[in-house]
Design a protein around this ligand. Structure first.
Ligand SMILES: NC(=O)C1=CN([C@@H]2O[C@H](COP(=O)(O)OP(=O)(O)OC[C@H]3O[C@@H](n4cnc5c(N)ncnc54)[C@H](OP(=O)(O)O)[C@@H]3O)[C@@H](O)[C@H]2O)C=CC1
Ligand SMILES: O=C(O)[C@@H]1CCC=N1
Length: 267
């Protein structure tokens, strides 16, 4: 199999690093290119043994899956770069937020199969939650094969194309929203009289351990929380303080704004 990444930035690298670690593919199945940051490609060649090129004919010839992994606003220049060099067997996989299959089809001037995916950077540790939607021309055999590829770096779920806006906000951007909360928790914790480095390490372990509990336990999240909350105890005191703030409203606003921006990018 030959997989090409147009764009080797934060999201693409999480995917190809996750793919290689999963051992579904080996590094020689993957080719990278970007706009101009050749030093990055050289680093990946040295570190992961992945080949790179700026020759689009070499890249696209015999490529089964071609990941479109630029920022949405760079897609026009990418489309100009490759539209005359597309090969019949190329299946395009866009990770770009907002840009529709129809827009991709029009800009690339192609009838080749196109899928849109919305992964997240947890792909790097094979834990991406990935939404996927297909163009009509994507046949069943290639759909199955692509699901195998996506499931090797997490869990893929097919959704209607117009639902990708929600997926983008909830799980695509989601890690950033959670990281932001953790940052605030660490900032607050460092005011409690402990050494900053210790707090940082302790909270990282707290987050990792809590994630493992979610994975291992069959209990609802609410029940897991209640199991920690003793009557008249410290947790209840802290939670009562937290409940004075409209936490759900804050996250509703956060997700609505992210969905709105995804729709704006589509326009
Ligand atoms: N970051 C995330 O968590 C997620 C991102 N996404 C989507 O992934 C896409 C990429 O985001 P991210 O990885 O963060 O962005 P980065 O800025 O980290 O990477 C963008 C990459 O695109 C390359 N590029 C730009 N123009 C061209 C071109 N004309 N030809 C080839 N390569 C080009 C850049 O190359 P160079 O360095 O040489 O300029 C760079 O390698 C976005 O569309 C985003 O919506 C989706 C889900 C999650
Ligand atoms: O911020 C963004 O637009 C991209 C899409 C999802 C995560 N990062």
């Amino acid at each position: 199999m030959k997989i090409v990444f147009y764009g080797a930035g934060n999201m693409a690298s999480a995917i190809f690093e996750g793919l290689i670690s999963s051992s579904l593919l080996n590094s020689h199945d993957i080719y990278l290119t970007n706009r101009s940051s050749e030093n990055q490609l050289q680093d990946y060649q040295e570190k992961l043994n992945i080949r790179y090129s700026y020759d689009d004919i070499e890249l696209l010839t015999d490529a089964d899956y071609v990941f479109l992994a630029t920022k949405p606003y760079d897609f026009d220049s990418l489309a100009e770069r490759i539209k005359d060099k597309i090969q019949p067997g190329n299946h395009f996989i866009s990770i770009m937020a907002g840009i529709s299959i129809n827009q991709i089809k029009t800009k690339l001037q192609t009838q080749n199969p196109i899928a849109r995916i919305m992964p997240n950077t947890n792909a790097q540790v094979q834990q991406s939650v990935t939404g996927i939607t297909f163009s009509e021309s994507f046949d069943a055999g290639h759909k199955d094969e692509l699901f195998k590829i996506l499931n090797s770096f997490g869990t893929a779920l097919e959704v209607e194309e117009d639902k990708l806006h929600q997926v983008t906000a909830i799980t695509g951007s989601g890690p950033a929203f959670l990281y932001y909360m953790y940052e605030q928790y660490i900032k607050a914790a460092t005011k409690m009289g402990l050494d900053k480095d210790h707090v940082d390490a302790a909270v990282r372990n707290l987050i990792i351990g809590t994630g493992h509990m979610l994975e291992a336990s069959e209990l609802e999240i609410e029940q897991l929380r209640e199991n920690i909350t003793s009557k008249g105890g410290t947790t209840k005191a802290g939670l009562d303080a937290l409940k004075k703030y409209p936490v759900e409203d804050i996250f509703t606003d956060c997700l609505e704004q992210a969905i709105k921006r995804s729709k704006e990018l589509a326009d």
